[in-house]
Design a protein around this ligand. Sequence first.
Ligand SMILES: Cc1ncc(COP(=O)(O)O)c(C=O)c1O
Length: 423
Amino acid sequence: MSPINGGIAPEVLGLPPNPIRGIEPIIAQRRQRGDIVHTLHIGNRTEDVDPCAAGALAHAFFRGELATLPYVQSAGTPEMRAAASQYFKGMYRPEEIVVTAGSSEAMLYYTMISQAPGEANIVFAPGYPNYFTYAQATGRRVASINRNPDNGFRYPNPADLHRRLDLMQEQGESPVSMTIIAPDNPTGVVPTEAELLGLLQVARERGMWVFGDLAYNHLTKSGGKTMDQILREHPEFLDNTVLTASVSKEFRGCGARLGWIASKSPQFVNYFTQLAAARGSVNTISQRMFAQAIGQDLEVVHNDYEANIVPRARAVIDTLNDLTGGGVRVVEPEGGIYCWVDLKGLGVEDAAQFTGFMAQKFGEKGEDGKLHTVTVAPGSGFYSAQDPDAPRTWARVALTEEPQELIRDMGLLVKGAQAFTNS
Ligand SMILES: Cc1ncc(COP(=O)(O)O)c(C=O)c1O
């Protein structure tokens, strides 16, 4: 084989391992050996897909509508864009919406459009790892503002945020954009109306873009205000804001790879559509399947959260408390599908090493005679890899199993920590 001339771009060479997917080859090996791995490291929705979406798919097959599978419009089918407009209660017209292959694609194109190479996006860390990955891989930067565990990972107030941004400016960093994840992954914090308006105000005063990541938008208790609702009541903040939403979590359709962005900036939508045109179109079947679902009464998502996710969070928190006499700090989630846990109370000083140990080495014999373990995501991956101050003891537990299973899994986690600290 002749040697290649090119090599690998340094931006990609320097990428840290993915904190969520990185351990999956090890999990596959464990399973091949016959061990049982309970996977709480990834926020997969493994329950039945939204019934409305399942019905639409069955209907389409029955009527023979999927006998051909053409590309559809790059910006999304008219039905999907109209439904996404309905999802936002008409705040955005269909022409102000572009359908994406999940929110992940949305954040990549957003990064490329809103920041030039070398420019930075603010992430209130801990934050979803893709923001760090895409920034680094495209030569953009993340300017992290680490939130404080001691005040429940709340957001900075406007005066504090201005101070932080002034300080960054003195050090030669002028962020042009800010990401707000609401509800948050991994902490489960839902920014209050006052917090959100403060962040939006600062962004507007400084001429920054805001990327509102609504992957878990209605996965909260009923009655609270969502970010899009707050924007509807404060349209003065719409001009510089881009929203993304997705069927993955709210409609239990992770594998559909379907989301959308909305923006009031015709220029932004235009350039976003141009990037979208380069990949042809988003999955035709998924759009056919979910157009009705995302336009439905979204109380159904709040109900899913209250009926299913809340009892799971309770099971995780109560079990860890019971097993450790209250020694483990867990952020009480207000939304989303995770618990953010400080493993220090289990004696773990390095969560990344511990999660590797759980995936690779730990096993507790179950009643079935097989070795069982549990996987969680190490918290360091939710901070910038270049941040020497990033906490090392936190981890994210996905609430993707039923309460009884999570109780068993938390038992495994505590036993695993004992074995790890003794090893
Ligand atoms: C905050 C956040 N944004 C975006 C995504 C990506 O979602 P999608 O499946 O739509 O690409 C996730 C997935 O976990 C997420 O947690």
